[in-house]
Structures are given as C-alpha cells and as structure tokens.
Design a binder for this molecule. Structure first.
Ligand SMILES: [Zn+2]
Length: 231
C-alpha cells in the first residue's frame, strides 16, 4: 500500500526561496549579509520583446545587487567584493556622501520593488564613479524592467532612455569584451527601436548580425530576426 501524504501536509512543506550570504564591503570594511535566491527557485515563465525575463514566484532581479548598509556602496553580486582601484576611491566616497536613504530600508532583508530600485540606483552611481559605463547602462535597463512590473510607464521610459544613452557612451568610449558585445549591440538596437530611432536600430542589428554571424548567442539569434522585421 502506498502511503500518500494528506494534501495539507504537502502544502505546508514550504522550502525557503533565499539564503543569507555574508560579504565584506570593499569600501568601508563593514560585514554585511544579503539575500541570495536559490537557483532551483528561479523559474522563467516568459520573456518580453526586449528579453526582460518574467518569473514565476520569486523575482531574482530584486536581489542581484549587494548593498552595504553602512556606506551604501553597491554592485552586482559578482562584482561586490572586487578590489576597487584607489583612483576611484575619492569619487566613490564623494558620490556616496550625498546619498540619503530612508532609515527603514534594510538592504539585507527581503526586498520589494522599491528597495530593489534604490539598490540599482546606488549601483548605477557606483559603476559611474568607477567608469564602468556598460554596467551603468545595465543598471538602468533593469530599473526600467522593475518599473514595468509596477506598470509605471513614465518611469520605465525614463530609465530605458538613460540605459540607451549609457549603452551609447559605453560603446563609443570604452573597451568592450567580446563576450559582452552581442548583448550591448542588441540593446543599442532594441532600445533605439523602442524610441523610434529606426535607422539607428537597423544599423545596430546589422552590426550584431554580421559581426557575430557564427555566434550561438541568444542575442544574435533574436537580433537577426528583429533585423529582418525592420528591413
Ligand atoms: Zn561599506
């Protein structure tokens, strides 16, 4: 005979979605914790036209940024503990000294969209101070996506317009790693298209499709389709 658990017992076995990870702030030395989402809890339900992932259940984008609760230094989790070159320290400290965050906000706890948006805004400031312009652009892109979840179209457009300007700045003025370039070209094209710059969009999609014609990148695949549609 098979013993089946009654449904109410099954329903109360809820496994946690996040865990607390410890970090040392590279700017002020504080010990902090930040929530990380268990990989197996991340379920992508669909993608929007600009490849914004829509999740079933917990949204890992809320926890991508680690923020120091003491000095507000913020960065993507993979970058957070990286050594900061002394040439950027003054600028970083300057920028962060002007930041005012409501006391009730604790970046180490569970995050809602509002807290996550602040974390991305802080990370954008820090990446700008460290002259990592493509990362600045990515921060604005994700801010646009969070505003889209909240159905705030005006704020979404504002963030995405900043993302486009930052992607342009980054592409024109900094060294781009080859593995990052398809993503950057895709967003230069996709965001140009969104803001009605058809010629620009065509140019960027064509660069993406021709320069990376043998690449298996998802951005190249989708970009090629978009380029055909625009022709
Ligand atoms: Zn700190």
């Amino acid at each position: 005979m098979t013993l089946l658990k009654p449904f109410w017992q099954v329903m109360i076995t809820i496994t946690p979605e996040t865990w607390d990870k410890n970090y040392t702030c590279p700017l002020c030395g504080s010990q902090i914790t930040s929530k990380k989402v268990f990989t197996e809890k991340i379920v992508v339900k669909s993608y929007d036209e600009d490849l914004k992932p829509n999740y079933e259940g917990i949204n890992p984008l809320l926890y991508s940024i680690v923020v120091c609760n003491t000095c507000y230094y913020a960065a993507l989790e993979i970058d957070f503990e990286k050594y900061i070159s002394p040439i950027y320290l003054d600028e970083l400290k300057n920028v962060l000294s002007t930041v005012k965050i409501p006391e009730a906000i604790d970046f180490g706890k569970e995050r809602d969209h509002k807290t996550a948006l602040i974390s991305y805004a802080l990370a954008a400031l820090c990446y700008r101070a460290k002259k990592q312009l493509c990362k600045v652009a990515e921060m604005y892109l994700r801010m646009g996506w969070l505003h889209r979840d909240l159905k705030d179209i005006e704020a979404e457009n504002k963030a995405l317009a900043k993302a486009l300007v930052s992607f342009e700045e980054c592409y024109m003025s900094t060294y781009i790693e080859e593995e990052k370039e398809p993503m950057i070209l895709f967003y230069l094209a996709e965001l140009s298209k969104r803001f009605g710059k058809k010629e620009e969009a065509r140019k960027w999609f064509s660069t993406l499709a021709t320069k990376y014609k043998n690449s298996s990148s998802f951005y190249v695949k989708v970009g090629r389709e978009r380029w055909k549609d625009l022709k």
